[in-house]
Write a protein that binds this ligand. Sequence first.
Ligand SMILES: [Zn+2]
Length: 96
Amino acid sequence: MTIRRQDCYVVTCDICHAEYTDPETEQTVWWTDAAAAEQGVRRDRWMVLAPDLPTRIICPEDDDAHRAIVDTLMPPEPVMQIPGQIDLNGIEESSR
Ligand SMILES: [Zn+2]
């Protein structure tokens, strides 16, 4: 038997620090390269964001902490106002 060192990658959530585990065995998955790890966890509803973001790997956990971070990543809600409609400030759309 030979014992040798082999580098591997383990994916953890940047919010809760949970390790990605195999859905069937619930064992931590060891990946041979980072790109394969990112693709693998994406297939299981994990978010993998741009490398320059401080929070870039997010597990599918749906608690307040995860939702708060995901909400900051979403674009702002579009402001919809029909012409002639008065907005919350009492200003009519067509008068702008
Ligand atoms: Zn998480």
